[in-house]
Every structure is written in structure tokens, then in C-alpha cells.
Design a protein around this ligand. Structure first.
Ligand code: G3H
Length: 254
């Protein structure tokens, strides 16, 4: 089975209730390819999840931006995977570099979170990516392989996981990875899967790119053999997100 193009919009910690209504109206009015061609998931902050889910057109799904590492309980300020499942939120983003860097989430902690979220029936967008220093030191593949291994060590199936390669130096900086740089790491991750998990997981797991994706660079990036879509930050708050969703057409016509 082919890998369906996947476009995620990570709204991060942005927006008022009024802003969110406008974004939803734009998404509801936009012309986008059918769900046979592209899977679209937007990720509002927790407080807006249920309203966005109920107001958004049914072809677009929602994701939380995080969840607690295990069963809920006395963990003030956290939101558990079972709460998300209970509310019918199908997806969660885990291991985003902002949480790894600012909240000290380790590879092992992210692996535990992915495993627990999957066990509660959620689908996971799991993020990996190197810093500028790591890229300049030539350790990019080593870093993303270690991050992916920490997840692989904790899960028995990749069926409900999308892997997002997000070079930290490209996030929110306008310095997008070149299509060749993205393709090189995506191909490396696919090889890592075939060497360390299975040929089937390597062929079927979607590996999406994130980091300064825009309406103007999405077609060339999305045209790369091993780029199966995007995780979009800043541009997912703007009408150009519709153009980025339409980049799925490059794969359909390939
Ligand atoms: O999750 C999304 C990424 O952090 C990319 O953010 P960005 O598109 O604003 O660079």
C-alpha cells in the first residue's frame, strides 16, 4: 500500500478564540484534495481542541500537541492520553524539539510517551531532528537514528505513527532545508528502518518534513521520493496552509 501524503499544522502556543475561529473558517472554505490523496491534521492548543474538532470540516482531523507519559492521576497541569481518546481526539504530536529543548524531554521519555499514547488508541506524530551544532559536527544521522531507536525500542508496531523529521535549525527560522538535505535524511531514516525494524515498516511508514515549510517551497520538498508530507508551524496559521495541503498533488501526479 502506498504512503498517503500527510500534512500536519502545528499551531503551537498561538491564538485567541477569535483567531482560531478565523483559521477554522479559512480551512473550511479552502479547496483541498480529497482524503484519498491527502491526510490533513491540525493541532491547536489543548484549550481549543474540542471546539476546533466540532467546527472543522470532517476531512480535517485534529491532534493534541503533547500528552502525559503514562496514566493520568496526580500530575498537575498535565493532560493524559486517555483523556484525549475519551474526547475523540485521534492524534497527538510527541517529541517536538521545542519540548525536548525547553522542557528537557529525553529520547527515552519521548519513547515512553509514544508507547503509552499508542496503547490508549491514539495515533502519533513523533518528531526527531538535529541542532545546527550537530549538523555541523556531521552527526545528523546518528542523532535522528538515536531518537528513532528510543521510540522503536518501546513500541511493537509503527502502523499508527508518522515520523516527522524537523531539523531544529530550520524551525521558525525561515532557513528551510534544501530538498536534497531533506531527502538525504528521509532516505537515511528509511534505511535505518529497514536495517533495524523491517523492510515493511521502512516501506510503509510516512516520514514528513518540518521546518519553515511555506506555500513557495512545499512543492519541491514534497516532490522528493522519501518526503511523504509536512509538519507545518507558522504557515499553518495562515491561508497559505491550503496551498501546502495542495502540494499533495505532486505525489498524485508523480
Ligand atoms: O511543528 C512544526 C515545526 O516546528 C515547524 O515550524 P515552522 O514551520 O514554523 O518552522
Amino acid at each position: 500500500m502506498g504512503r498517503k501524503f500527510f500534512v500536519g499544522g502545528n499551531w503551537k502556543c498561538n491564538g485567541t478564540a477569535e483567531d482560531v475561529k478565523k483559521i477554522v473558517a479559512t480551512l473550511n472554505a479552502g479547496q483541498i484534495p480529497s482524503t484519498d490523496v491527502v491526510e490533513v491534521v491540525v493541532s491547536p492548543p489543548f484549550v481549543f481542541l474540542t471546539s476546533v474538532k466540532s467546527e472543522l470540516r470532517p476531512e480535517i482531523q485534529v491532534a493534541a500537541q503533547n500528552c502525559w507519559v503514562k496514566k493520568g492521576g496526580a500530575f498537575t497541569g498535565e493532560v493524559s492520553a486517555e483523556m484525549l481518546a475519551n474526547l475523540g481526539i485521534p492524534w497527538v504530536i510527541l517529541g517536538h524539539s521545542e519540548r525536548r529543548a525547553l522542557l528537557n524531554e529525553t529520547n527515552e521519555f519521548v519513547g515512553d510517551k509514544v508507547a503509552y499514547a499508542l496503547s490508549q488508541g491514539l495515533k502519533v506524530i513523533a518528531c526527531v531532528g538535529e541542532t545546527l551544532e550537530q549538523r555541523e559536527a556531521g552527526t545528523t544521522m546518528e542523532v535522528v537514528a538515536a531518537q528513532t531507536k528510543a521510540i522503536a525500542d518501546k513500541i511493537s508496531s509503527w502502523d499508527n505513527v508518522v515520523l516527522a523529521y524537523e531539523p531544529v535549525w530550520a524551525i521558525g527560522t525561515g532557513k528551510v532545508a534544501s530538498p536534497a538535505q531533506a531527502q538525504e535524511v528521509h532516505a537515511g531514516l528509511r534505511k535505518w528502518f529497514s536495517d533495524n525494524v523491517s523492510a515493511e515498516v521502512s516501506a510503509s511508514t510516512r516520514i514528513i518534513y518540518g521546518g519553515s515549510v511555506s506555500g513557495s517551497n512545499c512543492k519541491e520538498l514534497g516532490g522528493q521520493t522519501d518526503v511523504d508530507g509536512f509538519l507545518v508551524g507558522g504557515a499553518s496559521l495562515k491561508p497559505e496552509f491550503i496551498d501546502i495541503i495542495k502540494a499533495a498533488e505532486v505525489k498524485k501526479s508523480a
